[in-house]
Design a protein around this ligand. Structure first.
Ligand code: ZN
Length: 690
C-alpha cells in the first residue's frame, strides 16, 4: 500500500503539497486517518497490560498528529482559499471530524489508560515535562466529568447541554433585541455632525425598506457614529438608552436575558460543585495561569487603585472641555463618546493616510526581520515550497547555519481569504519514533496589496497586527521542546498565550525601531518626530478611563462567578445588578444610569468562552509590558533596547519552553521576580507626576 504517493494529503515527509492537493483527496485521506485513530484507540484500550509512555502515549500522539496535520491543511485552505469546491469539501467533512474529537474527549476507557500510566511505577521515571503532559490530560478528562460517579454523569451531561442552549439563546436574544430598535430621521437637519459614510449607510437602510429618510440601528457601525458625532443630543440619548437596555426586562419580555443569566449562573455553580470546587471561578482557573479567584481579584484591585486617579483626571479633562467648548454643563453618559471624539480631534488628530506613507511593505518587513535578528541572532532567509497562492512567500529561520523552522507569509487581502489576521501551525516541533520535525507556521494577514507599481503601504495598526502575529509565530517556531503536547504554543495557559504576541507590539511604538522601519514611499525619509509624538499621545488618550472600564468588566465577571451563591437555583437579576453597582462604586468613574442593563449584553461571559476569564486581557497585557520593560532596562545606556542578551534570555525562558512548564515559572525565570503592573501603566501614559 502506498497511500502517501497516491494521496498528497497523506504525504508527511515535507511541507504540505499545496500544488497537488485537490478537494477529492480530502474525504479518503481524512476518513482513513480517523479510522486509523479509532482502530488504534480500540487496540490500546482493549490491551489489559499497564500502559507505558512508548507503548501508549507515543502512538496516540503520532496518530493524532497525522490527522491534525492533514485536517490542518484542509482547514487552512478553507481560510485562505475559500473557493466553492473547497468550502463544500471542508463543510462536508466537518461534522465527522467534530464527532471524532468529541468521542475521544469522552472516551472513559482512554481516560482509564492515562490514569493507569499516571499511577504506574513508570510515572516516577518520566521527565517532568512528560509528567506534566499526563497530568494535563487527566485534568481535561476530569473537567469534562470523566471521574464522576456513574449516577451523576447523566446530570452532568444535562448541565452541559442546557448551558449550550442557554448560551445560544442569550446570543439570539441579544441579536434580536439589537435589531428590534431603529431611529428614523426624516429631516436632514437632524443628521448634523454625522459623517457622510454613516449617513449613506442610514439612507441605504431606509431605502431597502422602501422608505424616505434615514434609518439608524443599534448595530455598531450605525450606532457608534451617532454617539460619537451626532450634534442632536436627544438623538444620542434615545440611542444610548435603547442600546443600554437591550435584551432586558425594559424591552420585549420574550427577549429578556435576565432569567437566562440567573439560570446560567446556577448551572455553572452546580457544575463546579459536582466537580468538587467551591465555585465556577475556581473551575475556570484550573487550566489558567492565575491560581485562585482571590489572586485575580487582588491583581484587579491593585491595577484599579493605580489607574483610577488617571481615569478621574481623564474625566475631569473631558468635563472641562465639554463645558468650555461644547456648552455641555453636565456631561451625561450619552455625551461621553461625542465629547471624547471632539477632544481627541482638537488635541491629537493626525491622519492615518499621512502615517501610512512612511510604512511601505518592504521597509516594514526589513524592520520586523531586523528586530528578530537583533534579538535572537537568527537568520531569516527566503526559501521555496509549494503555496496556495503566487502572492505567498516562504522563509526559513536558521541559527548559526542550523535550521530552526519555516514560515509562510501571506500578507495581502484576497476575495478568497477570510478576514482578520492569525498565526496557525502547519507542523509543530517534536521528536517521534522516526526522527524530528522542525516547526512550520502560517502567518496570515489582510493588508492592502501593492497598487500602480508602488509597494503596498501599511497603517500603523497593520504594522502592530503584523508584529502581534509574528510574536505568536516566534512562540511556535523558536520552541525547543520535543513533546508535541507542549511544544510551541501547545499547552500554554490561556491567560498567558498572548504574552509573546503583545510583547512584539511594543517595538512598533519605539522611536529607534521606527526609525529603521520607516521610509516615506516617495521621499524615503523616516517617520518625523512630530508625527511620532502625536501617535503616542493618541495611543494614550483616555487610557485611564479605558483601563477602569476593562477592570470593571473583569471584576464583575470574576465576583459573579465566585461570590454569588447560586446553590439555591436561578440567581435573581437584582442580585446581579447589585453586585455590578458595588464593583462600579469601587472602580468606575462614570456611573451609568440606574436603568442601564450591561449584564444583559455581556456576551463574552454568558455566550462566549470568557466566563471568569475576562481578566485575561489585562493579565496578558501586564505580562507582556513587564517583559518588554526588561528590554528597556537593558537598553538604557546602550542606545538600543534590541539587546541580544535579554533576547537570548526571553527565548530561553519564555519562547523555548512553550507549555512545558507553568507560565508563571517561565515569567519569573525571565524577569527574576513576579509580574508587576507598573510597566503597563507607564506604557499607557499613566505615570504619577513627581
Ligand atoms: Zn493574539
Amino acid at each position: 500500500m502506498n497511500d502517501a504517493v497516491a494521496n498528497p494529503l497523506l504525504d508527511f515527509s515535507g511541507m504540505p503539497r499545496f500544488a497537488d492537493i485537490k478537494p477529492a483527496h480530502v474525504e479518503p485521506a481524512i476518513r482513513g486517518l480517523i479510522d486509523e485513530n479509532r482502530a488504534l484507540i480500540e487496540r490500546l484500550t482493549a490491551d489489559p497490560t499497564t500502559p507505558t509512555w512508548d507503548g501508549f502515549v507515543s502512538p496516540m500522539d503520532e496518530a493524532g498528529e497525522r490527522l491534525g496535520r492533514a485536517w490542518g491543511v484542509v482547514g487552512h485552505l478553507h481560510s485562505v482559499f475559500d473557493v466553492p469546491e473547497w468550502r463544500e469539501t471542508y463543510n462536508a467533512m466537518l461534522p465527522e471530524i467534530s464527532r471524532f474529537y468529541a468521542e475521544v474527549g469522552q472516551n472513559l476507557a482512554l481516560f482509564q489508560k492515562y490514569k493507569a500510566l499516571h499511577d504506574s511505577p513508570e510515572f516516577a521515571t518520566l521527565s517532568p515535562v512528560r509528567q506534566r503532559i499526563l497530568e494535563h490530560a487527566l485534568r481535561d478528562f476530569r473537567l469534562s466529568g470523566a471521574e464522576l460517579p456513574d449516577d451523576q454523569k447523566p446530570r452532568f451531561q444535562e448541565i452541559q447541554e442546557e448551558q449550550s442552549q442557554l448560551a445560544a439563546k442569550f446570543s439570539e436574544n441579544l441579536l434580536d433585541a439589537t435589531n428590534a430598535h431603529a431611529e428614523w430621521i426624516a429631516d436632514e437637519a437632524g443628521l448634523a455632525g454625522i459623517p457622510d459614510d454613516a449617513r449613506q449607510a442610514a439612507r441605504a437602510a431606509a431605502e431597502a425598506e422602501g422608505k424616505e429618510g434615514w434609518k439608524f440601528t443599534l448595530q455598531m457601525p450605525s450606532y457608534l457614529p451617532v454617539l460619537q458625532y451626532a450634534d442632536d443630543r436627544e438623538l444620542r440619548a434615545r440611542m444610548y438608552r435603547a442600546y443600554a437596555t437591550r435584551a432586558s426586562e425594559l424591552g420585549k419580555p420574550e427577549l429578556d436575558n435576565g432569567p437566562l443569566i440567573g439560570r446560567i449562573l446556577a448551572l455553572r455553580d452546580e457544575e463546579a460543585r459536582m466537580l468538587g470546587y467551591r465555585n465556577f471561578a475556581e473551575v475556570s482557573l484550573v487550566p489558567k495561569m492565575a491560581d485562585t479567584p482571590e489572586q485575580v481579584l487582588g491583581f484587579l484591585h491593585d491595577l484599579a487603585a493605580k489607574a483610577k486617579p488617571f481615569a478621574e483626571k481623564d474625566l475631569e479633562e473631558l468635563k472641562a472641555f465639554a463645558r468650555a467648548e461644547l456648552g455641555l454643563d453636565t456631561l451625561e453618559p450619552w455625551d461621553v463618546a461625542y465629547a471624547s471624539e471632539k477632544l481627541r480631534q482638537a488635541r491629537y488628530a493626525y491622519s492615518d493616510q499621512e502615517v501610512k506613507q512612511y510604512f511601505p511593505e518592504p521597509k516594514v518587513l526589513d524592520g520586523l526581520f531586523g528586530v528578530i535578528r537583533a534579538l535572537y541572532r537568527v537568520d531569516i532567509l527566503p526559501d521555496a515550497a509549494p503555496t496556495w497562492d503566487p502572492d505567498v512567500r516562504f522563509f526559513r529561520i536558521e541559527k548559526e547555519g542550523e535550521l530552526v523552522g519555516h514560515f509562510y507569509l501571506d500578507l495581502h487581502a484576497r476575495s478568497t481569504k477570510r478576514g482578520g489576521a492569525w498565526m496557525d501551525s502547519a507542523r509543530s516541533r517534536h521528536r517521534n519514533t522516526w526522527g524530528s520535525d522542525t516547526p512550520v507556521a502560517y502567518l496570515v494577514c489582510n493588508f492592502p496589496g501593492p497598487v500602480g507599481g508602488k509597494p503596498a503601504t501599511f497603517t500603523h495598526d497593520d504594522v502592530l497586527t503584523l508584529f502581534h502575529e509574528c510574536g505568536h509565530g516566534l512562540h511556535h517556531l523558536l520552541t525547543q521542546v520535543d513533546e508535541l503536547a507542549v511544544s510551541g504554543i501547545h499547552g500554554v495557559e490561556w491567560d498567558a498565550v498572548e504574552l509573546p504576541s503583545q510583547f512584539m507590539e511594543n517595538f512598533c511604538w519605539e522611536w529607534d525601531v521606527l526609525q529603521g522601519m520607516t521610509a516615506h514611499v516617495d521621499t524615503g525619509a523616516p517617520l518625523p518626530r512630530a508625527l511620532y509624538d502625536k501617535m503616542i499621545a493618541a495611543k494614550n488618550f483616555q487610557s485611564g478611563m479605558q483601563t477602569v472600564r476593562q477592570l470593571e468588566f473583569s471584576m464583575f465577571d470574576l465576583r459573579l462567578h465566585s461570590e454569588l451563591d447560586a446553590s439555591a437555583g436561578p440567581v435573581p437579576i437584582e442580585r446581579v445588578m447589585t453586585l455590578l453597582d458595588e464593583v462600579r462604586r469601587e472602580v468606575a468613574v462614570m456611573i451609568p444610569p440606574a436603568w442601564h442593563r450591561f449584564p444583559h449584553s455581556f456576551s463574552h461571559i454568558f455566550a462566549g468562552g470568557y466566563a471568569a476569564g475576562y481578566y485575561s486581557y489585562k493579565w496578558a497585557e501586564v505580562l507582556s509590558a513587564d517583559a518588554f520593560e526588561a528590554f528597556e532596562e537593558a537598553g538604557a545606556g546602550k542606545g538600543s533596547l534590541l539587546d541580544p542578551e535579554t533576547g537570548e534570555r526571553f527565548w530561553r525562558e519564555i519562547l523555548a519552553v512553550g507549555g512545558s512548564r507553568p507560565a508563571l515559572e517561565s515569567f519569573k525565570a525571565f524577569r527574576g521576580r513576579e509580574p508587576r503592573v507598573d510597566a503597563l501603566l507607564r506604557h499607557s501614559g499613566m505615570v504619577a507626576q513627581a
